[in-house]
Design a protein around this ligand. Sequence first.
Ligand SMILES: [Zn+2]
Length: 219
Amino acid sequence: MSTQINKDVSCPHCGAAVKTQMWPGIDAQENPELRAHILDETLFDWKCPACGYEAQFIYPCLYHDRTLEYMIYVVPNGNDCALQSVNVGESFPQFNNMNKRVVSSLAELKEKILIYEAGLNDLAVELVKLALSDVAEKKHGRTVDAGYFYSVDKEAGRIEFSFFLEGETEAVRQGTRIDVYNKSLEIVENVGALAAGEEFRLVDMAAAQEVLRIYREEE
Ligand SMILES: [Zn+2]
């Protein structure tokens, strides 16, 4: 079930109190239009009707997809305090066996949705991203600030990522063969890092680095 609240938010530009609709809980099946706003990255867009000031208004938001059995919790700036306030086991006992992830931005939420909807394992995807991030840095001679899963084409056997290089606003695309993903999935399975559980987990490139470290120690 989705949950919606209205809150007065004061405009940082003109100070007007603006009634703002917020969605602390989003059910993918119940509100497909909200899913679409995540995918076009407009969910948190905010505009002051008095002065026209536009900003992103980010708040903690729990997205869940019952069909694909996963929940993604958006906690702005990785705020642990907000995270502890949701006891999923108690609030949603029916979700105990779901995959649960925590992210800190709308772009990361979108990325997780794309990964899960493509039927991929997000930790294995992060391993591929980690490797391709190095490739992109060497190729362009710049540091990678952020990278996101972009698409998978199973027929063509390709997986693609977008990387944002330091000082650039346009992303560069970097892809590789799907075999690299399949090998990464084997690593994830070997390390035994796949289980769904009660905890919300941060599955990012740092988590991928940890998996690689464990895997290399075991070899
Ligand atoms: Zn205003």
